[in-house]
Structure formats: C-alpha cells, structure tokens
Design a protein around this ligand. Structure first.
Ligand SMILES: [Mg+2]
Length: 426
C-alpha cells in the first residue's frame, strides 16, 4: 500500500503569495451573466411560442423542450421554472503585488459563500503556480457536500481566476501555459434559433434546440422531424447542423429520433438524457451503433470532473462537451481532454464564450467551439457574457482570434456590474 508522504508545500521565498480571494454577485440592470438564460421571455433562448404554438422569430420563437416540459405548469418559457434563478458569481484573486486574476461562473450568492467561507482557505497564502495542489485540496475538502454541481462550479471559478492570475504573473495568455497555439484561429458554430442567419454570418455550423419532447407524443415527434427537415432544406446539404435536446428525452424516444433524422445527416444530437442516467446512455449508444448512424451521440455540459466523464465514455458517448466554467476549471479540463483523446472520444467545449476558446486553442484534438447567439432574434453577434467583460473576442467569418494578452485577457466591467461581496467577513 502506498501512502503519499505529502509534506506541506511552502511557497517559494521571494515569489508573490496570494493575498485575498473575493467572490461577488452582480447587481447589473442590463444582461450580464454567465448563464445565457438570464434573458427576457421574448428572447429566442427562452423558447416561448405564441399561444397557438406558432412563432414569428421576432417576439415569439420555437419551443425548446427541456427536463420540465413534461409538467404542464412549466411547459412554456424556461423562465417558468426558474432556469436562471441562480445567477453569476464573479471571483477576483489578488496577490501581494496587486495583480488580480478574475473569473465568472454560475452559482450566485451560494457559490460566493462556498468560495469565501471555504475554498479561499486553500488559496490564500499559496503561490499561484501551485494550482494542481490547490485544486486537489479544494476537491478533497468539499467532497462531503459537492462532487458535482454547484460546489464544482465554485472550484471552477477559483481555478479559472488562478489561471488568469498565473498568466498575468508570467505575462502569457492561458493557452500558452496549457500547450500554446495549435491553430491560428478557433472555428466556431452558432447555437441559435436561426441557422439560416448563422450561415450568412459565416459560422462553421449551427445548432438548434429540439422543440418537442415525449409529452407531445407521436404528433410532437412528427413535428420535430419536420422542423429539422425544414432547416436542413434552408441551409443546404453541406452546412453542419446539430440538434440539442437539453435533457428532455428518454432513450427509446431518442433512438427513434436518430432513426427518423438519419437522412438529414446531423453532425451530432446533443444531451438527450438526464445526465445521471448512465445506464440509459449505454443502451442508447448501443442502439445508435446498431443503426450504423453517422450522427455523433454528444453530451456532457452538465457533467463534472474526470470521474464523471469517464462514466460517459464507458457508456459509449462519442463526443464530450465539457464546460470549463462548471466542470472543474482549466486544471480539470486538460485532464478530460487527454482522457477522451486516449479513448477515441471527441471533445467540443460547451458554451462559456471566451473560456471555451481558450480551452480549444492549446489542444490539437479540439477543432471546433461554440458561440451562443445572444441577440434576441439570433440575428446579430453579441458578447456571450453581455456587460460582464469589456473586451470579449467576437467571431469574424466564423472564426475567433485570440489575443496574446496575459491570462484570459479579460477586463471586468465594474461600472456596469455594480458588484456586491456578500461574504467578505471570514
Ligand atoms: Mg446543450
């Protein structure tokens, strides 16, 4: 039996130590969020059609099936069940020289509590270079209440801010510290209600939400097929088209959907099942393979750490979509990329705007990233985080170019955010 003879790590004398970890919630009156759902009901992403079920793509939009659609009371807009009630948390980590690493994640005041009252103790007084140790200590110390979800969002926010700070400390962009550039620019697809407009804007593909779930029965299934058929016809046979099912389905429904959609050659079908249904993932993967379908089985935006992704890989998922802002931060993201690569599984980072692009850059095996269309009618390119940062890089002709500025190169927009720090007292 091996018992690690761990001695405490003493920060190298002469190098700056971390002085303070601060966690904030935003009191912004404009859209400025880590959660893209924090928008009005007239936004396409809320999936609210007209009363008769139709939409005009202006103030009404195609429905978006989701885990709550099965309950009539919550079957309308996604705001009806509070999709964005847990808002953004923003973290600053300052060292003794006054350098500040910043980050954003989802978790609001609850995450701020975990970060300030617990995780900060493993970070303050440490050297920012020692991120693996800090990650491991945050992970082990929070295991009795965390493992997945909010607690790991909090770890991710701290880890992102640490990577930003180490970049600012050594004067390098985060991707250089993770392996350097593997491509000149990052190709991005658009997540949108308007693949036609995404194509016109130069995106490398488009992903649409599935409108109807099992609760709408055989009629809903038919309407789903017609919906995809219509978009395939509008964008032509060559343009990459993907379908997001946002955890709304079960495995037999999804298998039937695969069968009926095969002729529209989607690039992937995403997140059909609730994340913990690993056995159902395995059944579905086996079914899809049996059909000889060419469409990837993609999922993973609500999975956490290498342990969770291993379960998805073993279940037969072909494409993982880790969200670095939620799943454990860059320290863990790099491990999951290696793990997926060694087992022949693709990785396309989930959402999270600029953070996803910084994760795509240093890994040769990642060839695509996601851009969320944040304009209400999905007709214009707007920053993923709204007013949170002053300088998010935006796509041009379907590609993101990343600057060489240190860290993640992001500047918090303090004037717009009106940040409040609810748990400053230790
Ligand atoms: Mg998704």
């Amino acid at each position: 039996m091996y018992i690690a003879p761990n001695a405490d790590v003493i920060p190298t004398p002469g190098q700056s130590k971390i002085r303070e970890v601060r966690a904030f919630v935003s009191c912004s009156t404009e859209y400025g969020a880590s959660d893209v759902h924090d928008t009005a009901d007239t936004h396409w992403i809320m999936g609210l059609p007209d009363k008769d079920g139709t939409w005009d793509h202006v103030t009404t939009h195609p429905p978006i099936t989701n885990p709550m659609s099965r309950y009539p009371k919550y079957s309308g807009s996604r705001s009806s069940w509070g999709v964005a009630r847990v808002p953004t948390v923003i973290v600053e980590i300052e060292d003794e020289e006054g350098r500040i690493g910043v980050s954003a994640s989802t978790g609001g005041e609850a995450a701020a509590f975990i970060i300030e009252r617990h995780l900060a103790m493993f970070v303050e007084g440490s050297n920012v270079r020692d991120r693996s140790l800090m990650w491991e200590q945050m992970w082990r110390a929070s295991i009795h209440y965390s493992r997945k979800g909010l607690g790991v969002h909090a770890i991710s926010a701290v880890d992102l801010a640490l990577w930003d700070l180490v970049g600012k400390t050594v004067g390098e962009p985060v991707f250089n510290l993770m392996g350097g550039r593997t491509k000149e620019r990052i190709p991005v697809y658009a997540t949108t209600s308007r693949p036609d407009l995404a194509k016109d804007l130069g995106f490398r593909g488009a992903k649409i939400p599935l409108p109807y779930g099992p609760a709408e029965g055989p009629e809903g299934m038919k309407k789903n097929v017609a919906f995809v058929a219509n978009w395939r016809e509008k964008v032509g046979p060559e343009f990459s088209l993907m379908l997001d099912c946002y955890m709304a389905l079960d495995w037999p429904y999804t298998a039937e959907l695969y069968r009926r959609l095969e002729l529209f050659h989607l690039r992937w079908i995403e997140e059909p099942l609730m994340p913990d249904e690993y056995a159902a993932h395995a059944r579905l993967a086996e079914k899809i393979e049996g059909m000889g379908a060419t469409t990837f089985f993609a999922t993973g935006e609500h999975e956490y750490t290498r342990y969770g992704y291993q379960q998805l890989i073993e279940a037969g998922v072909g494409l993982l979509q880790p969200d670095v802002m939620w799943m454990g931060g860059p320290t863990e993201f790099a491990r999951v990329v290696a793990q997926a690569n060694a087992q022949g599984v693709e990785v396309v980072p989930h959402g999270c705007g600029v953070y996803g692009y910084y994760m795509a850059m240093p890994f040769e095996s990642i060839g695509l990233a996601e851009f969320m269309m944040m304009s209400e009618q999905a007709d214009a390119i707007e920053p993923n985080f709204g007013v949170v940062f002053k300088n998010e890089p935006l796509p041009v002709d379907g590609y993101i170019t990343l600057p060489d500025s240190p860290g993640f190169g992001l500047e918090l927009n303090h004037d717009a955010l009106h940040l409040e720090r609810p748990y400053s007292e230790r």
